[in-house]
Design a protein around this ligand. Sequence first.
Ligand code: PLP
Length: 344
Amino acid sequence: MTDSALPIVDLRSDTVTRPNASMRAAMAAAEVGDDVFGDDPTVNRLQQRLAELAGKEAGLFLPSGTQSNLCGLMAHCGRGDEMLVGQRAHTYWYEAGGAAVLGSIQPQPVPQEADGTLDLTKLASYVKADDAHFARTRLLSLENTWSGHLMPRNYPAKARAFANRHKLGLHLDGARIFNAVVAQNSSLSELVAEFDTVSICLSKGLGAPVGSVLVGSRELIARAHRIRKMVGGGMRQAGILAAAGLYALDHQVERLAEDHANVRALAEGLADIPNLGIEKPETNMLFLTMPGVDRGALRAFMAERRILLLEMHPLRIVTHLDVDRAGIERTISAFREFFERHPI
Ligand SMILES: *Cc1c(COP(=O)(O)O)cnc(C)c1O
């Protein structure tokens, strides 16, 4: 049954991608300097490149998306300030409470709509009045893509009007914003135009081993730069890592469309399995609900066939550059075999 020669199909996350030989060659050849002195030409090129693509004044290279968000949030908010954020947004739920713990920012979590956005009419009731009882509401933090969902194209302008009305900054966790750029056949600058700061991951679907870039105004990025040093994110000859990011921007953006097509093919291949709940995919993620199924048994069954799934409910499947169509076909067959033996 198990063929150890079969390549592993790792559907746990798009963070599992490994740099290919060309990316490694670009890294090995990178011109470097001490980036804490601002001397690394490759880091500088990456920062400038993403700032230009985003239509912002400046960029800052950071080791992770979590740190990039943290520095962005702290650039907007001081001690005792508040940010409005989705209840299941990465900046609230998945960053170990960093905004509160390290930033002394009070998060005000807000229930999200099915597409991840916040209902702006309801959101107004969370903005605090200027009153000694309350924290100062200073920032609205949003996310695109959220759980694979695209932010509706007309939403950022509405969020900007809301932010202006309430004198808030506007941050975007754009860890997977390039998936939205490709899925919506848009440009980065169009999708992020309304935001003051945007955090972009190079280490997800873009396939770099490490790194995120925060973009925004010169003033906000200068603040984030000081905070990056404070939280230990000032790296030295980081051009070796930035070179991977530049390679990814040159060669691995358009191909995100393949990941989206692979998710659609997977959804179609599973569509007629009775009682399997399949959320309509929008980018590179597929969510499956399977009431009553022994998920441990499913994961073990798939692992025997060298297909790796996350332990997560509903089950999240993520495609990326190390999963090809053959891997998707194997995944469809394996799911079908499992659910024939264990009907839902
Ligand atoms: C992965 C991710 C991050 C954080 O990135 P790390 O590099 O893992 O710290 C932030 N936001 C979203 C939406 C993410 O998916």
